[in-house]
Structure formats: C-alpha cells, structure tokens
Write a protein that binds this ligand. Sequence first.
Ligand code: HEC
Length: 148
Amino acid sequence: MKKYMTAAVGGVLLVSALSVQAAEVDDAIEYRQGIFNAFKWNLGPMGAMIKGKMPYDQAQFTLHAQRLETLSHMPLEGFVEGSDSGDTDAKAEIWSDMDTFSAGFDKLQTNAAALVEASNTGDMEQIKPAFGAVAKSCKGCHDNFRKD
Ligand code: HEC
C-alpha cells in the first residue's frame, strides 16, 4: 500500500513538474512574440516616414530607432529549450544552429545602432540605407528560422 502511495505521489509530482515546464515554455513563446510585435510597432512608422506615407519627424523617427535597438537585445532569452513546439512559428533549426541564430540578433543590434546614428543626422540619404539594413536583418533571420 505504502509503495502504491509513493508511486502515486511521485506521479503527481512528475505531472506537476511537467506542467510547470509547459507553462514556462508557453510564457517564453508569448514573451518573444510580444517583443517581435514591439519590433513591428516601431519599424512600421519609420518605414511609413521613409516612403512618405507619414510626415517625417526626426525626433519621432529617432525614438523608434532607439526603442528598436533596445528591443533587439531582448528576444533571444525567450528561445528556451523545448520551445520549438507549441503555439510558435519558430523552426527547430534555431536550437540545432543556435550560433547562427543568435548572430542574427547581433547583426540586428549593430544595424539598429547604426540607424540611431543615421537618424541623429536627420539626413535621409543616410537614414534610408540604414533602415534598409535593419529590414534586411529581420528578413534574413525569418527566411532561415521562421515558418511562413
Ligand atoms: C535572429 C532572428 C530574428 C530576427 C533578427 C528577427 N526575427 Fe522576427 N521572428 C523570428 C522568429 C524565430 C519568429 C517566430 C517566433 C515564434 O513564433 O515563437 C519571429 C516572429 C516575428 C513576428 C511574429 C510575432 C507573433 O506574434 O507571432 C514579427 C511581427 C516579427 N518577427 C517581426 C520582426 C521584425 C520587424 C524584425 C526586425 C526588426 C525581426 N522580426 C527580426 C526571428 C527573428
């Protein structure tokens, strides 16, 4: 009897440990997706200003560029082990090639910092290519590591 009890308690502990782990994975997925949506929120107005769909405002543009630079340091920690399954578009290759994947964020960080610098000049001739480089680093990573 005691033996069964122990097994039952052990089973309950195991199940709760697994569900805690599952909750952590879900939280991690939501966390990184939230940051990516904040990327998009800040990239959008900058793209609109460059295309002339929104009036160019240097202070506003710089604010979005600075936010993007800060945000670019944040998603990586959300790619925890085991979070390739669940409500996610992340490809399994992220975990088998973590070096290349994390280098994609390094690139974005460099390009976003350069965009802040370009934005500080207020010179569209510098802002446009710097913005293009940022957008390219988004796409470069999505092509390899995100399901369509
Ligand atoms: C180094 C890789 C990498 C870079 C750089 C990157 N992304 Fe992503 N992005 C991903 C992955 C992987 C996902 C899928 C995340 C998931 O579903 O768990 C994603 C998902 C997204 C999503 C969808 C979020 C959701 O709600 O499901 C948006 C929007 C997005 N990225 C925008 C951007 C923008 C804008 C940039 C550039 C400023 C960018 N990303 C740069 C890898 C990257």
